[in-house]
Design a protein around this ligand. Structure first.
Ligand SMILES: [Zn+2]
Length: 64
């Protein structure tokens, strides 16, 4: 998921890396403009609509 640089407010920065921990996804970013690095942790359950397809695939084995 794209994010905005908290340092220089450059937009649409794509994650340099994404790591999943259960229902959490940690996206690591490096701004190409100012080289600032940061990470954003997202709870997939809070983005159930945006990630419906991904969540559906992920939980297929427990789908009711
Ligand atoms: Zn920046």
């Amino acid at each position: 998921m794209k994010d905005t640089c908290p340092s220089c407010t450059a937009r649409d920065i794509v994650p340099a890396e994404s790591r999943r921990r259960g229902d959490l996804v940690v996206d690591g970013y490096q701004c190409p403009n100012c080289r600032h690095t940061w990470a954003v942790t997202r709870d997939l359950t809070a983005y159930s609509e945006l990630h419906a397809r991904r969540a559906e695939r992920r939980t297929r084995r427990t789908a009711a």
